[in-house]
Design a protein around this ligand. Sequence first.
Ligand code: SAM
Length: 357
Amino acid sequence: MLAPLLFDEYKYLAYKFPEPQYLGAKVNHLSWIAKYLPSNVHTALDAFSGSQSVSFYFKQLGYKTISNDFLNFNNQIGKALIENKQEILKKCDIEILFQESPQKAEFSLMSDVFTGIFFQKEEADFIDNFRANIPLLSNVYKQALALTVMNRSLTRKITMGHFGHTKALVYAKDPDRIKRNRSLIRPIKDIFLEILPKYNEAIFDNQQDNLSYNENILDLLPKFKEDIDLVYFDPPYCDSHADYQSFYHLLETYTEYWKDKQFVNGTKRYEPQRYSGFDKKSQIINSFRKLFELSDFIPNWIMSYNNRSYPDIETMVELIKPFREVQVKHKIYNNSRGGKGSVAGSSEILLICTRYN
Ligand SMILES: C[S@@+](CC[C@H](N)C(=O)[O-])C[C@H]1O[C@@H](n2cnc3c(N)ncnc32)[C@H](O)[C@@H]1O
């Protein structure tokens, strides 16, 4: 069952995935997940791809990689780092992005909605202007890369790396916090320029036509016509994780530049939210049943799970059993507070699911 790493497969592993700041990202679990990858995978689907850390690893292994997340800012990372074979942001592109936009007047969403909550007016104007210039870049991959690097700069800039709180501007004036994290007072432009090279250096061609999708996975699965050898499921950990749309709403608003939403609560989260099916207790069992039924054409499944999630692990195994034989593997967090995005004392679980003989 262990995947033998042939010499040829090492050649992309030197590329470095730019460090994400995303709840539940699996970047620190990749070598553990790697132990359970089946051999002879040609095409792999990362069904809930988030920061794209697992998709990036699949791409490094030479798989044809299909990634999907229902949030578009994550899909943009997929376009930039997974689909993209060679497009980087060069000096001339950066000049376009930082120029004063001819359409400035039509791009004031961040300033209108988030000034005084996450940004001072000047910074909000800067990111609006930058957003107006993105469509001027010459192709969709450069555009996706510009959005990706800007979104990452915004999570660097804002305290705690998410937008589910209203403390950003208060903490940005707190000397203790600034000492610990200078990004709080750095101009977004500087942060962008600092991290851009890490993204440019992460772009490579693994000789496959990789794809990034932006759909609810339950809508996407029936559309596949091709053979897929492996699917990796990393659903939101219902009941133990905060909700992605409350945490990262600002990135989705920036990416979509919504014109048809309301912005509610202290954080100005967009409303209505996208439908997940995997984040509410009342829907989740049904959604998993559907997910497994729709994935039956894919022989190998690997699922990340957590012992604090709902439904509990025994129920999850029972849900999978009609379709696949299941092995449960535990990884105990070493630090007492749990890993990033985890609950203290929780253990990360992998469900290795194979067809019955
Ligand atoms: C635990 S995170 C995935 C983390 C990812 N493996 C990584 O390494 O960054 C779960 C992801 O599922 C996405 N999601 C939630 N409901 C979804 C749905 N119905 N279809 C597709 N993606 C969904 C969320 O946006 C979130 O990014």
